[in-house]
Ligand binder design. Sequence first.
Ligand code: CA
Length: 222
Amino acid sequence: MKLLIVEDEIQLADALSEILKRSRYSVDTVYNGIDGLDCALTGVYDCIVLDIMLPGMNGIDVLKNIRNEKISTPVILLTARSEIDDKINGLDCGADDYLTKPFVTGELLARIRALTRRKGEIVDDDKLDYNGLELIKSSAAVKWQGNDVKLSLKEYQIMEMLMANPRQILPKERIIEKIWGYESDVEYNNIEVYISFLRKKLVSISAPVQIKTARGIGYFLE
Ligand code: CA
């Protein structure tokens, strides 16, 4: 899962980013509205945490622009207690949720989980299921019947993408974009290394699920 944080209080932004990364999200952080809009318009995020009072362009205008471009990424607005009108305005403009500062990070995590839950695919907050193969968030493991095996962070993120989009071929470019980011110079064969680790791990727990290669395109689960 890829998140965008748009927050000009650098300490808060960086602290949130750290906490979210520890919860196995990949996170991009920007500190003004213009950069926030630029990133959001790529449409690659699963959720955006958007402050209202921002330099460059305020959060409400960022949100209006995102929705005008028909980008439906869930947005959580961060508001100060004094910005109550902005909050109402924000919800009218297409925000999905809001949090009033100061907030506890556990609450932000719960809101993000609620907004990024995909109907019918996630059995509970901690588990993603594909035909009995389970991806367990809290232990970063894949599980088949009684067997489980731990995944590294990148393996986990790739597996999560595959299991969240079970009937689709995931293009390599999209995996790189989501997990390594645009600026990355990850070579395609690097992904192949992670895929081969994942395949071995699926075999090691006797899972009947395989990661197939769509030659020249990407990967899918079967
Ligand atoms: Ca602010």
